[in-house]
Ligand binder design. Structure first.
Ligand SMILES: [Zn+2]
Length: 297
C-alpha cells in the first residue's frame, strides 16, 4: 500500500483543528447569546422589584401572589409535559418537586426560569458538539479512504453515534455537560444571593454572571477539543486497520503548550492491537491536540 508521508496526516490534522476552532467559536457565540437572555430576565426582575436599583433578600424572597403563583405553576406543568428539558434529569426532578408545593417565592421563580435557559444552552451545546464529533469521525475516516488502495466502506452515522456516546475514563461526555449545567445553576444562585445580600445593583451582578459564563464556556471548549482527540484516535484506529496498517506513531503538536505527557510519547511507535485511548493514543490529558499517523515497521 502507498503510504502518504507524515506531512499529509499533519495537514489533515491542522485542517481538523481549524474547523474545531470555528466550532468552538460557535459555542462562544451560543454562550454570549444565552448570557444576554439571562441578563434580560434579571434586568426585568430588577425593573419590577428593585427600590433605588437595589433588591433586598426580603424583597427577593417575597411569596408570589396567588395569580403569579398560578401562572408560574401552569408554566411548570407545561415544561414537564412538553419534554424540552427531558434530557436534563436533575432539572426535571426539580420541576417535579416544585409543581407539588403550595408556595413559591420570587427568587425561586427567577432561579427556575434561569435554569430553564441554562438547560436550553446545554442541550444546544450537546447537539452541536455531537454534530462536530460526527464530522470529525467522517473526515478522519475519509482522509484514510482517499489515499488507501484497500477499499472499505464508511462507518454508518448510527455506529459513529455509538462511539461518541461510549464511556471514556468512566464517563460519557453528555453527563459531563449536564453536571456543568448544575454547576452553573449553583453559581448563578450564589451570585444572585450574594448580590442581594450586599445590596448591589444589577450592573454589578452582570459582571459576576459574565465570569460564570466565561468559565463554563472555557469548559465547553476544552471538552470539545478533548473529545475531538478521542474520536480522531478511534476513527483512525479502525480505518488504519482497515487500510492494512499494524502500527501507528504518536505525534504531538510541538509548541509551548505541549505537555510533558505528550512530549514523552512524541514519535513513539505502538501496535494497534495495544492501543488504549488515553494511555498511548490521544487524548492523554484534557485539551490534548496530539494525533497518530500510520507507521510501517
Ligand atoms: Zn497532548
Amino acid at each position: 500500500m502507498p503510504i502518504p508521508n507524515a506531512s499529509y496526516w499533519l495537514r489533515e490534522h491542522n485542517k481538523l483543528h481549524k474547523r474545531i476552532d470555528l466550532d468552538a467559536d460557535a459555542l462562544d457565540a451560543l454562550y454570549r447569546a444565552k448570557l444576554r437572555q439571562i441578563n434580560k430576565q434579571i434586568e426585568a426582575f430588577y425593573a419590577k422589584y428593585a427600590v433605588d436599583n437595589i433588591i433586598t433578600v426580603e424583597q427577593a424572597k417575597t411569596m408570589l401572589t396567588p395569580r403569579e403563583f398560578s401562572i408560574f405553576n401552569n408554566k411548570l406543568k407545561y415544561w414537564i409535559k412538553d419534554g424540552s428539558y427531558s434530557n436534563d434529569l436533575s432539572f426535571m426532578a426539580s420541576l417535579d418537586r416544585m409543581v407539588g408545593v403550595s408556595k413559591i417565592d420570587r427568587l425561586q421563580r427567577l432561579e427556575t426560569e434561569i435554569t430553564a435557559n441554562l438547560s436550553e444552552l446545554k442541550q444546544t451545546q450537546l447537539i452541536s458538539m455531537e454534530d462536530s464529533l460526527i464530522k470529525t469521525y467522517e473526515e478522519t475516516e475519509n482522509a484514510v479512504i482517499n489515499v488507501s488502495d484497500v477499499e472499505f466502506k464508511q462507518t454508518s452515522e448510527y455506529k459513529i453515534r455509538v462511539v461518541i456516546n461510549t464511556e471514556f475514563q468512566g464517563r460519557r461526555f453528555s453527563p459531563r455537560v449536564w453536571s456543568e449545567r448544575s454547576h452553573m445553576t449553583t453559581k448563578v444562585k450564589k451570585t444572585l444571593m450574594d448580590n442581594f445580600v450586599s445590596g448591589n445593583n444589577w450592573n454589578e451582578l452582570n459582571t459576576d454572571l459574565k465570569r460564570t459564563f466565561g468559565v463554563s464556556d472555557y469548559e465547553a471548549r476544552r471538552l470539545l477539543v478533548t473529545e475531538t482527540a478521542r474520536i480522531n484516535s478511534v476513527a483512525k484506529e479502525s480505518s488504519f486497520i482497515n487500510a492494512g496498517y499494524e502500527y501507528y506513531q504518536y505525534i504531538s503538536v510541538d509548541d509551548d503548550r505541549t505537555t510533558d505527557i505528550c512530549n514523552n510519547l512524541d514519535d513513539k511507535v505502538f501496535r494497534f492491537s495495544e492501543m488504549v485511548v488515553g494511555v498511548n493514543a490521544p487524548p492523554t490529558h484534557v485539551y490534548c491536540r496530539s494525533t497518530i499517523v500510520p507507521y510501517m515497521a
